[in-house]
Design a protein around this ligand. Sequence first.
Ligand SMILES: [Zn+2]
Length: 143
Amino acid sequence: MPATDPRQHSAEHILTAVFGRLFNGRLLDTRFKGTKVRCDFKVQSDLPLEEIIRQTETKANEIISRNHDVAFEQMTAAEAAAYCSLHRLPEGAENVRLVRIGQEVVTPCSGPHVKNTSEIGHLHIRTWNLVEPGLIRLTFVVE
Ligand SMILES: [Zn+2]
């Protein structure tokens, strides 16, 4: 498996947090494909898809531009459940590394990350479509 760009990884966490906060969204799947990242999000919103994408991209770039440090914390899965959804962890995982980006983005992840969001640059959502009602598939790049 090719190494993942830390900028893409950190950007994916921010995007996921923004979908969660604005649209009660949940990340179902991510594929890192070279310079592109493809994500599937389950969302709850009556807004037009274009508007959901626009608001999400704007908010994600706002968070990125605050130059947050990225911090890591080890804890048990039971403790981590108080901070974030663990639905993507392998079943039976006992210990979790939480990745914190500022106060608002907390994600369990063992992948590579930037030290500060200033390294990410601009998050650009390039393509999007509805796979089915409430399920958005998008691709984004960081540039
Ligand atoms: Zn990650």
